[in-house]
Design a protein around this ligand. Structure first.
Ligand code: PMP
Length: 433
């Protein structure tokens, strides 16, 4: 049945998919339902899901909090296109959990949130240049969709069709590198945008480097924007910024804002920056930062998000998913040690990745891991896991999102499946392990 849909899909969707990395050989399975940590395909096969809706489902599929909130709202209407109480209530909750967010605005995606964040930074500082870090992903906003590591680490667009001048004002910086501080001091930048854990490769930034970055931004009047589309409400109630102890000027969010179930994004930050969106205060179009989106702040997403925030506030969720994350890191590391395979594990909290490497003696920093990534082995690993009923994200860059419904037993199964794969790659003399 999945085959039949794929055959139909290739006629109407490029490569049969809506997002390129959703394709895998020979054809993707088509999902018919999900619950907790599981996905079920049209053939009734059940998978333990570590894809978890692109990482946003911190509470897993169909958590009662978001489901009940959505059910109640469905009776009342879910797209009004006018003000509603839930957009206010959710804004108050986010602001409570993330103290750097004094004001917020809603978008439909993380990509749109980053687009608006850049405009706010430029309008506030009256500067044009922006800094982004190589290997970091911020959606497909043209000036940010370069050096992401998907197409390479060069400071050229990672897509065809960009305005050739779109990256003219983008300065590509390197993490864990003091040269980046010098570049920020030299160039007059509106902002520096970064992730505290790089998406997909799941490499956490060094705390000292981030502390220094905050200081350099303060010294130079450059706004610090932290993209928490993945890490927000996943690493802690206050996101990665709580864990790192850093206060950005602007934060962007997505995914987990609505419990991961409904399309969403958000930009929040200091009041004086966010006020640039206040059309009453700045009536001239050239003075205020514009906002758009037919579905932004719709009561269905906002109400579900409000319910999810109540679960995030309890905090016990993080004890559980972080413990499972550590168990997975330890189990994978032990399996690598036993099998002597050229691989490394990175991650923090519920974000974990096993990196297969083309050469040995490679550092554990983002650049070294990206430059030496063995994506062919990653792809085989993806299919090996799939054959055991485990669905990881994504075919050529396997990484895991652990969520509330995942259990110790499921993590044991994942470790055991990974160990058997590593064993199949291991040098002959170690295969008896
Ligand atoms: N920022 C980061 C860090 C992301 O990982 C993503 C998407 N995975 C985005 C932005 C874009 O978010 P969206 O897909 O909601 O546009």
């Amino acid at each position: 049945m999945s085959k039949e849909f794929y055959d139909r899909a290739v006629r109407v969707l490029p490569n049969g998919v809506t997002r390129p990395f959703r394709f895998f050989e020979p054809y993707p399975f088509y999902c018919k339902k999900a619950y907790g940590s599981k996905l079920v395909d049209l053939e009734n096969r059940v998978y333990t899901d570590y894809w978890q809706g692109h990482g946003g489902l911190v509470l897993g599929h169909l958590h009662p909090s978001t489901v009940n909130a959505a059910k109640e709202q469905l009776e009342l209407g879910f797209h009004w296109g006018v003000c509603n109480e839930w957009e206010v209530k959710l804004a108050e909750e986010v602001s409570k959990l993330v103290p750097s967010v004094e004001m917020i605005t809603w978008t439909n995606s993380g990509t749109e949130a980053n687009l608006i964040a850049l405009k706010l930074a430029r309008a506030y500082t009256h500067r044009d240049k922006i800094g982004k870090f190589e290997g970091h992903f911020h959606g497909i906003v043209e000036p940010l969709y370069i050096a992401t590591g998907l197409g390479g680490l060069a400071d050229t667009p990672d897509s065809a069709g960009h305005d050739p001048s779109s990256a003219r004002n983008t300065v590509v910086l390197r993490s864990h590198n003091q040269e980046s501080y010098k570049t920020i001091k030299k160039e007059s930048m509106a902002c520096v945008m970064l992730e505290l854990v790089s998406s997909a490769s799941h490499v956490p930034e060094e705390k000292e480097f981030i502390k220094g970055l905050r200081e350099v931004c303060d010294e130079t009047g450059t706004l610090l924007i932290i993209d928490e589309v993945i890490t927000g409400f996943r690493l802690a109630p206050g996101g990665a910024q709580e864990v790192w102890g850093v206060s950005p000027d602007i934060t962007t969010f997505g995914k987990a804002i609505t419990g991961g179930e409904f399309a969403v994004g958000a930009v929040g930050g200091k009041r004086q920056i966010m006020e640039l969106m206040n059309c009453k205060k700045y009536p001239k179009p050239s003075d205020h930062v514009s906002q758009g989106g037919t579905y932004v702040g719709n009561p269905l997403s906002m109400r579900a998000g409000y319910a999810a925030m109540k679960v995030y506030q309890e905090g016990s969720l993080y004890t559980h998913i972080n413990k499972l994350g550590q168990k997975l890191i330890d189990g994978l590391q032990e399996a690598i040690k036993d099998t002597h395979v050229n691989a490394k594990v990175t991650g923090i909290g519920s974000l974990v990745k096993l990196h297969f490497l083309k050469t040995s003696g490679v550092g554990a920093d983002l650049r070294s891991l990206k430059m030496n990534a063995d994506s062919q082995t990653d792809n085989k690993y993806f299919h090996h896991l799939l054959s055991k009923g485990i669905f990881a994200m994504i075919p050529n860059e396997v990484h895991f999102y652990i969520c509330l419904p995942h259990t110790e037993e499921e993590i044991d199964e994942l470790i055991s499946a990974s160990r058997s794969f590593l064993k199949s790659l291991a040098p002959l003399e170690t295969r008896t392990i």
